[in-house]
Ligand binder design. Structure first.
Ligand SMILES: Nc1ccn([C@@H]2O[C@H](COP(=O)(O)O)[C@@H](O)[C@H]2O)c(=O)n1
Ligand SMILES: O=P(O)(O)OC[C@H](O)CO
Length: 319
């Protein structure tokens, strides 16, 4: 009986599916360096982290992988951008399954959208980079484009670029628009390395969540830029995280929002019971260490099994 119970419990603990995660590889063929605030960055070693991640994913065979953006670093010499992005994408392609990519600021420092998106197999009209997919009927994944309204990645005369520059000029008085000096509290997010989800994307999100609710689906929202001030440094937040969250909070279907960008990582549960998990960066792994993971998906929770510097997190659903 004891062993019967054991078997029953174990079967009940089988995930519906598992997906792999990694963020901020920020590869470049340049010597180790530091962030502006002095945190070490290992630009070449991050490729080894990705290699080990793919190796483990191929052993354990998650259903798919999500890459949370910033595949190459802004310091990558620009005549090497294409080679560096190709090298990373080729490595992801050795995973024996589908890899869902999203764009980050560092990707856009290297290549314009029209070059980058086909390489990342993000194919939408007008170089837009948001999409959704449903790996099983019970779940839907939404991938947001946090650099929809952005001063990076669009041609200089593009409406979204002009709107972003105008917005930054209003919100950030510093000459270096990445400098948060003088900004107070949540205003510190108004930096050029962040961006916003535009109006059309917000309407699309609302529609996807309405459909998911109608179909009784649970939703996981993925975005390079974090959406919750408790899970993330203020300087790394999406400009209009509040607008995005108010769309998300209209419905009960979103169970977790997962992001990258704020390299130290974080976790919070917001006022509506939505989990926010910011993933630790591959770039900041000292040689020989790792940061990637496997997320087991159940009816009532997500379990992130982190490898190395990526912390494990149980995300139980409230509703
Ligand atoms: N406190 C800060 C942080 C950053 N900056 C500016 O942002 C650029 C990128 O920062 P990283 O953390 O990615 O190195 C940096 O070069 C600075 O221009 C800042 O001014 N103050
Ligand atoms: O995208 P990065 O590497 O410039 O870093 C962004 C910071 O993590 C925001 O705090």
């Amino acid at each position: 009986m004891g062993s019967m119970q054991g078997i029953i419990t174990k079967q009940g603990n089988q995930p519906l599916f598992t997906f792999g995660v990694i963020s901020d590889v920020q590869y470049a063929d340049i010597p180790d360096g530091k962030s502006f605030l002095g945190v070490p960055r290992y630009y070449r070693h991050s490729f080894n982290v990705l290699q080990r991640a793919v190796q483990k994913w191929n052993q354990k065979r998650p259903t798919f992988v999500v890459n949370f953006g910033d595949v190459v670093d802004g310091y990558c010499p620009k005549d090497q951008s294409l080679t560096a992005v190709s090298k990373i994408v080729d490595e992801f392609n050795t995973f024996d399954g589908h890899v869902y990519h999203m764009i980050g600021n560092h990707c856009l420092y290297n290549l314009p959208r029209e070059k980058l998106l086909p390489m990342l197999k993000i194919s939408r009209r007008d170089n837009l980079a948001y999409y959704d997919f449903s790996p099983v009927p019970e779940y839907r994944f939404v991938v947001l484009d946090g650099y929809d309204i952005s001063a990076i990645g669009w041609p200089k005369d593009h409406r979204n670029s002009l709107d972003a520059i105008n917005f930054l000029n209003q919100k950030n008085p510093n000459t270096d628009k990445n400098n948060p000096n003088g900004l107070m509290g949540l205003e510190k997010r108004f930096l050029m390395f962040n961006g916003a989800v535009g109006k059309a994307q917000l309407q699309w999100l609302d529609h996807v969540l309405w459909e998911a609710t109608k179909s009784n689906q649970k939703v996981v929202v993925c975005c390079h830029i974090p959406l919750d001030p408790v899970a993330s440094s203020t300087t790394a937040l999406l400009w209009n995280y509040d607008e995005v969250m108010s769309v998300i909070h209209r419905y009960d279907c979103v169970k977790a929002c997962i992001a990258g960008h704020d390299h130290k990582g974080g976790h919070s549960i917001d006022s509506h019971g939505v989990h926010h998990r910011v993933l630790e960066a591959a770039l900041e792994c000292p040689p020989g260490t790792d940061a990637y993971g496997f997320v087991d998906v159940f009816h009532d929770r997500l379990e992130l099994n982190g490898i190395g510097r990526m912390k494990s997190t149980d995300m139980e659903f409230f509703l």
